[in-house]
Design a protein around this ligand. Structure first.
Ligand SMILES: C[S@@+](CC[C@H](N)C(=O)[O-])C[C@H]1O[C@@H](n2cnc3c(N)ncnc32)[C@H](O)[C@@H]1O
Ligand SMILES: [Zn+2]
Length: 480
């Protein structure tokens, strides 16, 4: 873990890859990211809204990328690059470009997260399946916790002849498998509460059977207050922990050691049995002892942004949605990072929950909006910090001089991972750098004269030219 090299409440304007590369490792507790979804459209805020002027791009082509990123991903995580290749094969080059763009950033996020940290990736069905593979390859399948579905109550691109697209996905990973987790509960439904229709000194209760199907000792089939359990059932009095603490005090200290009939008698004497009008005993199950229902992975109780909350920023998410995630996966004082923060919803949510935060967005409008929102919504005399520089890591000790541009990474990207001879894809480490025009024939070391070949093609080429290599491979039937 290292000290952060930035201050709480910083909003950054810039490309998050540059900013994150300058941030110290293991300095963040929770990352929420809501990147462009590869939706094949560009977004713009409506004129007249507070967000007017905000726009971002969500159409990806291989030309948008720094070609060296391909090589970077392939070198650091060969398995991840295979996933990206597969996505390209299944979907096309724009998915490949999108995933390369995302992967270099997710690899930085992995470095920034503390071992106890969590990451939530907000996406939708344009790319969720591809992002799931990508996240598994980066964080490991065991780090995967949930694919949360959030029903937006509004539809994207309504189209005829298929179901309305009205939900997003949020992929939740907790890298260490352990990490921070605060269980959230949902309120009981009215229907459920209605079943607790009785009340005594210990509170509201409903009734549960005092018999069970599991065979006990012989005594469990005997008479209790002159009543036999119904056929096939046995007396099965509950454990003392089932009752509220005040009620537990009325049971004898030897309760757990008693036989089933004596337990039923002890419960009856403590007033913890409910006798029906037909004379059947059941035990009292108190509402106060119900933990509540664990919040599930389908969120339908949080509505899309409307009214006051709506800044007009395209794709703005509800504060309550992000608050739920932050509450579950962080504690007060923890650091929340949103590297695609848009109008800074996650920053507002973090501030309201007493967490530290930093937001990054490439659009300058985001910084204006966060200041405005924090002042409006929190009534804060908010100053915050706005930066547009690139931070310098302070956790590296003495930094070696910058390495020369890594030609292999660039070439790998230019060639999209394929050998220039046989045209087959290979893992990064299987490639050798080759001079297209051999040095012996006047070829230079300039990158324009370099290419990657697999080992077999490189020895086939020997000291020959590229034309000679291709001619040989054609004779061998390796190239058409
Ligand atoms: C889907 S929006 C986020 C909306 C946000 N969750 C909210 O509630 O307002 C995606 C954002 O990512 C930003 N973005 C796209 N590429 C980026 C990059 N390379 N670095 C930083 N931000 C980027 C866009 O400007 C856009 O604001
Ligand atoms: Zn080859």
């Amino acid at each position: 873990m290292s000290e952060p090299n930035w201050a709480n409440q910083t909003i950054w304007t810039g490309d998050n890859i540059d900013v994150m590369r300058g941030m110290n490792s293991e300095s963040v507790d929770l990352i929420y990211l809501d990147p462009p979804f590869n939706s094949d459209q560009d977004y713009e805020a409506p004129i007249g809204s507070p967000a007017e002027g905000a726009r971002f791009k969500d159409i990806w082509t291989l030309d948008d990328l720094d070609v060296a990123w391909h090589g970077e991903v392939a070198e650091i995580e060969p398995g991840l690059y295979e996933v990206i290749e597969a996505a390209g094969a299944a979907y096309g080059n724009n998915m490949k470009a999108y995933l390369v763009m995302m992967s270099v950033r997710l690899l930085e996020m992995r470095r920034l997260l503390k071992p106890s940290g969590s990451i939530y990736l907000h996406c939708d069905d344009y790319a969720d399946a591809y992002l799931k593979l990508t996240m598994d390859a980066i964080f490991g399948k065991d780090a995967f916790c949930n694919s949360i579905t959030w029903q937006r109550h509004s539809s994207k691109a309504l189209s005829i002849r298929k179901y309305a697209r009205n939900s997003d996905r949020i992929l939740f990973y907790r890298p260490s498998g352990g990490g921070t987790w605060n269980q959230q509960y949902v309120e009981f439904s009215e229907k459920y509460l209605e079943t607790f229709r009785y009340e005594d000194d210990f509170g509201r209760y409903n009734t549960q059977p005092l018999t069970g199907g599991r065979p006990g000792g012989e005594e469990a089939y005997g008479e209790f207050r002159g009543i036999l359990p119904s056929a096939g059932r046995a007396w099965a009095p509950p454990r003392r922990e089932k009752f509220p603490p005040d009620a537990q005090r009325l049971l004898p200290s030897s309760y757990e050691a008693l036989g089933p009939i004596s337990k039923c008698e002890a419960l009856d004497e403590a007033g913890l049995l409910h006798w029906s009008r037909t004379g059947n005993p059941r035990y009292k199950s108190y509402l106060s002892m119900r933990e509540g229902v664990h919040v599930g992975d389908i969120i339908i109780d949080i509505f899309r942004v409307t009214g006051q909350e709506d800044t007009g920023y395209p794709t703005q998410k509800p504060v309550d949605l992000i608050k739920r995630l932050i509450t579950a996966s962080s504690n007060p004082g923890d650091v929340v990072l949103d590297p695609f923060c848009g109008c800074a919803t996650a920053c507002v949510a973090a501030e309201e929950l007493g967490r530290q935060w930093i937001g990054i967005d490439i659009a300058p409008k985001a910084a204006d909006l966060v200041v405005q929102r924090l002042r409006d919504e929190l009534g804060l005399f908010f100053t915050g910090i706005h930066r547009d520089d690139i931070p310098r890591r302070t956790d590296l000790g003495v930094i070696p001089p910058p390495a020369a541009v890594d030609n292999r990474r660039v070439l790998f990207g230019q060639q999209e991972g394929r050998c220039r001879g046989c045209l087959v894809s290979f893992p990064f480490r299987n490639f050798t750098v080759d001079h297209i025009v051999p040095r012996s024939r006047g070829g230079t070391d300039h990158i324009d004269n370099l290419q990657l070949l697999c080992g077999a093609c490189n020895s086939t080429k020997g000291t020959g030219t590229q034309e000679e290599l291709i001619a040989r491979l054609k004779v061998q039937g390796i190239r058409p």
